[in-house]
Design a protein around this ligand. Structure first.
Ligand SMILES: C[S@@+](CC[C@H](N)C(=O)[O-])C[C@H]1O[C@@H](n2cnc3c(N)ncnc32)[C@H](O)[C@@H]1O
Length: 314
């Protein structure tokens, strides 16, 4: 599927949701959208995912970039260590949000594996109802659009990191082929680090010897509050290495390189009669032309990729 079709698909789905929501009271939906979008503008703060329309606002602002970045990241990791090496593969996507990481995974799967042969069961875990309901619409519809058959299954649960860790602990033996943490970590107080680390280590223990953990964390400036997420990831890296995991050398693409690839000519249309913040957001999102390329981000690559494998799986 071409990237332009992915953009059109996501925009159309969100447009439908906003139109359905605004049928009875457009002014109220406009107000709720603005309220939900406002905190998303500042990723330097801890965002609340608990407002109505947070999922729609997040999907318009970040979903396509995250999807794109996830596919590129999985390509990069797969080149270093083949992913989904088992016959039946189990994947956990923790903090799955509106489904962007899972949809990036689907595109990667579709372009890399024989989806008719490979069995893949993906569990998306998302505690925020407002994010989850958007993923409940986007993920199955995208799966159908991509033509992924019954061998690829996606389930979405209202679980948080702690519950995922508890579920992993209850398993008798490692069962996970891939654990994805795509911008999952929030800005935590230092006294919360040990419990978050403990839960991640419990999930890591459930990773099979040939399995992999993949983390995307924001690139960030040391002067900004979000740098705490980078510091937390550095801490987690030390803890995972101490617990016997290999940190894989993965090269993160360095941002956006116009001129190195061909721009696609057409961009999706959007309806200018939508409320202004929605139009502004869409036009802002579509400002930078996406780039065609195999392993190049269409959007700027805003993450650092960290990947780990169990040591005995070398
Ligand atoms: C920045 S969003 C990333 C969403 C998605 N992975 C993506 O890349 O677009 C972070 C997500 O993590 C979720 N989250 C927050 N606290 C969490 C926790 N304790 N356990 C699991 N997910 C959590 C939020 O609800 C939110 O949807």
């Amino acid at each position: 599927m071409r990237w332009i079709d992915v953009e059109e698909f996501v925009l159309e789905q969100i447009k439908q949701r906003l139109e359905n929501a605004s049928a009875a009271n457009p002014a109220e939906v406009y107000r709720q959208f603005r309220e939900a979008y406002e905190p998303l503008k500042d990723f330097e703060k801890n965002i609340s995912y608990d407002l109505p329309l947070t999922g729609e606002a997040y999907a318009l602002k970040y979903h396509l970039q995250r999807m794109d970045n996830m596919k590129v990241a999985l390509n990069r990791v797969h080149n270093v260590r083949p992913l989904l090496a088992s016959d039946r593969n189990f994947v956990l996507d923790i903090g799955s949000g509106t489904g962007a990481s899972a949809m990036g995974f689907m595109r990667w799967l579709n372009s890399t594996c024989d989806v008719q042969q490979k069995q893949v069961k993906v569990t998306l875990c998302e505690p925020s109802e407002h994010m989850r309901i958007v993923s409940e619409q986007l993920v199955p519809a995208f799966k159908e659009k991509l033509g992924l058959g019954p061998n690829s299954q996606f389930s979405i649960y209202p679980r948080n990191l702690e519950e995922c860790a508890q579920k992993c602990e209850r398993e008798d033996s490692p069962f996970l082929d891939l654990a994805i943490f795509c911008y999952t970590f929030w800005i935590q107080r230092r006294d919360e680090w040990p419990s978050t680390t403990k839960h991640v280590l419990e999930i890591a223990k459930a990773v099979k010897p040939n399995g992999t953990l993949v983390f995307l964390t924001p690139k960030s400036n040391a002067a900004k509050p979000s740098y705490q997420k980078v510091l937390f990831m550095q801490h987690l890296k030390r803890e995972l290495v101490n617990a016997g995991f290999n940190h894989l050398e993965i090269d993160s693409p360095s941002g956006y390189h116009p001129g190195q690839s061909t721009c696609v000519q057409r961009r999706p249309d959007y309806d200018a009669k939508w409320p202004k913040p929605v139009c502004d957001l869409i036009s802002q999102m579509l400002q930078s032309p996406p780039l065609e390329g195999n392993d190049r981000p269409y959007y700027s690559f805003s993450a650092t990729i960290d990947a780990f494998s169990p040591k005995d799986g070398e």
